[in-house]
Design a protein around this ligand. Structure first.
Ligand code: GLN
Length: 493
C-alpha cells in the first residue's frame, strides 16, 4: 500500500516495526504536496529542509530503540492560527500578520513535538478563522480535492483538504462555530470539535475566546482519536483548560455503545436541507437503527432558530476585542505611509484586515457599544444559556444527537462570497455545539450523485469524547467511505 494510503495508526505501527522510516513518510508527504498543492492550495507554508532534518532525528531515535512519542514519525499539518516558533510563520490568513514570527509554540504544537510528530507545514484558513469556505484568506482560496471548482469549507479548509487529498494523514483545525466539522463534512474526512476546555488554547490566535477549540481532522475515527490523544489535557497557561483526566481513546474505540439512544432533532431536517444530504444522513442513522439503536425525536428550539443570530453577536463581539491588538506596532504589517500615530493605526488596520474581518469588527464594536450592549450582547448571552439548556434537556433523554453537519455539500467557489448571510447560514447546524461547549464530530456518510462527500454530525455532552468516538466508530465499521480517494490523487499517484 502507498505510504499515504495508510492511516496514521497504520503508519505509526509500521514506523515502530521499522517497516517504514520517518524519512520515507516525510518524503511521501512532501512529494504529495509538491504534486497536488499547486491545484489544492491547502498549505501556506512548508519547510522541506526542516521536515527532513526532523524525520532523520526521529528515525535515529526509533533505530536506537529508545522510547518515542505517540506519533513518532507521522506527518501532521497545523492550521495557521496555531503559533509555531521555529521557522514556520503564523499568519492566520491575514495580511496584518505578514512577516510575523511567533515567539513561542502553541500548547498543541509543543504536544505534537513531544509526541515526535513531524510537522510538515501550516495550512490555509479564512482570515482569523472567520468564514466557512477558506475563501477569506489573503493567500487566496483552497480548493476542495473532490471537485476543485468547489470550496473545501472553512475556516479549517486547508487542514481538511490536506487530509482529504492524502498529503498528510492528520491535521489540526480550530472550531469556533463549525470550522472543523463543516470542512470535515465538505472534504469527506472526520473532523472533531472537542468539549470547550479539553484542549488548551494557549498559542491559538484568539478569534472568539469563549467558543474557540482545537481539534483533529483525519481520514478515520481511529486517527482522530490518536491525534486527540496527543493534544488533549490540562494546561495551566489556558485558564479555561479543564483539569479532567484524559481517557485512553484508542483503547475503548471498538467498544460499541449499547443500548444507544439517538436524538434526532426535527429542527435539523428543515427546508433548505439538500435532499441528497438528507437522504444520506437518514440512511446513516438507519445503519445505527439496524445495530439496535433507538431513535428519539427531540426538540432543540433555540439551538437552530436563534443559534446563528446569537453566535453572530457573541463571536464578533469577542473578536472585536481580541483583534484590537493588531495596531501596526506590535505585530506584522504596518502601513508604510502615515501622517501621525493615529493615522498609522488606521491605515495599518484598513490595509491589513480583509473585508470579512472588518465586517466582524464593526458588528462586534456596535454590539458592545454603550447603549446597545444590553440590547445585543447581554441578550445574546441569555439566549446562549437557553441553547445550552436545550442540549442539557436533550441529553437527559438521549446519548447523542445526530443530523447533517452542513445543509449542502461543497458549493462552488465564489457562490456565497457576495452574500455574507448565506455564508453565515453554512454553520446553521454546527454553532449550537460551540454555544453549549459540548463535543461534536462530523464523519463521512456517503457521496452525492456528483461525487461530493456528505457528513453526519454527532453531538454528545461535555467531556464525552470517548463515547463520541466509539459511536462514530460503530458506523465506520459498517461502511467503506473512508477508503475512497479523490480523483486528483488517482491521476497523479
Ligand atoms: N463560519 C463561522 C464563522 O465564520 C465559524 C468559523 C469558525 O468556527 N472558526 O464565524
Amino acid at each position: 500500500m502507498a505510504i499515504l494510503d495508510q492511516t496514521a495508526c497504520q503508519m505509526r505501527d509500521a514506523l515502530r516495526r521499522r517497516d517504514l522510516t520517518a524519512a520515507d513518510a516525510a518524503e511521501a508527504s512532501l512529494a504529495a504536496i509538491e504534486r497536488l498543492d499547486p491545484t489544492v492550495a491547502a498549505f501556506v507554508a512548508t519547510d522541506a529542509c526542516a521536515v527532513r532534518r526532523r524525520a532523520a532525528e526521529i528515525d535515529a531515535r526509533l533505530d536506537a530503540g529508545g522510547p518515542v512519542g505517540l506519533l513518532a514519525g507521522v506527518p501532521v499539518a497545523v492550521k495557521d492560527n496555531m503559533c509555531t516558533a521555529d521557522g514556520l510563520p503564523t499568519s492566520c490568513g491575514s495580511r496584518i500578520l505578514d512577516g510575523w514570527r511567533a515567539p513561542y509554540n502553541a500548547h498543541v504544537v509543543e504536544r505534537l513535538l513531544a509526541a515526535d510528530a513531524v510537522i510538515v507545514g501550516k495550512t490555509n484558513m479564512d482570515e482569523f478563522a472567520m468564514g466557512s469556505s477558506t475563501e477569506h484568506s489573503c493567500f487566496g482560496p483552497t480548493h476542495n480535492p473532490w471537485d476543485t471548482a468547489t470550496v473545501p469549507g472553512g475556516s479549517s479548509g486547508g487542514s481538511a483538504a490536506a487530509v482529504a487529498a492524502r498529503m498528510v494523514p492528520l491535521a489540526l483545525g480550530s472550531d469556533t462555530g463549525g470550522s472543523i466539522r463543516q470542512p470535515g463534512s465538505l472534504c469527506g474526512v472526520v473532523g472533531m470539535k472537542p468539549t470547550y476546555g479539553r484542549v488548551s488554547r494557549y498559542g491559538l490566535v484568539a478569534f472568539a475566546s469563549s467558543l474557540d477549540q482545537i481539534g483533529p481532522l483525519a481520514r478515520t475515527v481511529g486517527d482522530a482519536a490518536l491525534l486527540l490523544q496527543a493534544v488533549a489535557g490540562h494546561d495551566a497557561r489556558d485558564s479555561t483548560s479543564v483539569n479532567e483526566p484524559v481517557p485512553d481513546y484508542l483503547a475503548v474505540l471498538d467498544e460499541p455503545v449499547a443500548p444507544l439512544r439517538i436524538g434526532v432533532p426535527k429542527e435539523f431536517f428543515t427546508e433548505g436541507l439538500d435532499p441528497e444530504v438528507e437522504r444520506l444522513v437518514r440512511e446513516a442513522i438507519g445503519v445505527y437503527e439496524r445495530l439496535g439503536a433507538k431513535l428519539v425525536e427531540i426538540d432543540l428550539p433555540h439551538a437552530t432558530d436563534y443559534a446563528i443570530a446569537t453566535y453572530y453577536i457573541v463571536a464578533p463581539s469577542e473578536a472585536s476585542s481580541n483583534l484590537a491588538r493588531y495596531d501596526g506596532v506590535h505585530y506584522g504589517y504596518r502601513a508604510p505611509e502615515h501622517a501621525d500615530m493615529i493615522d498609522m493605526y488606521m491605515r495599518s488596520r484598513s490595509e491589513g484586515f480583509g473585508d470579512e474581518v472588518k465586517r466582524r469588527i464593526m458588528l462586534g464594536t456596535f454590539a458592545l457599544s454603550s447603549g446597545y450592549y444590553d440590547a445585543y450582547y447581554k441578550k445574546a448571552l441569555r439566549v446562549r444559556r437557553l441553547v445550552r439548556r436545550d442540549f442539557d434537556e436533550a441529553f437527559e433523554k438521549v446519548d447523542c444527537i445526530m443530523g447533517p453537519t452542513s445543509a449542502t455539500p461543497a458549493f462552488p467557489l465564489g457562490e456565497r462570497l457576495e452574500n455574507p448571510l448565506a455564508m453565515y447560514l453554512s454553520d446553521l447546524f454546527t454553532v449550537g455545539a460551540n454555544m453549549a461547549a459540548i463535543a461534536g464530530i462530523s464523519i463521512p456518510c456517503g457521496f452525492t450523485g456528483a461525487g461530493l462527500p456528505v457528513g453526519l454530525q454527532i453531538l454528545t455532552g461535555v467531556f464525552t469524547e470517548d463515547r463520541l468516538l466509539r459511536i462514530s466508530r460503530m458506523y465506520e465499521r459498517q461502511t467503506d467511505w473512508t477508503s475512497r480517494r479523490p480523483a486528483i490523487c488517482e491521476a497523479s499517484a
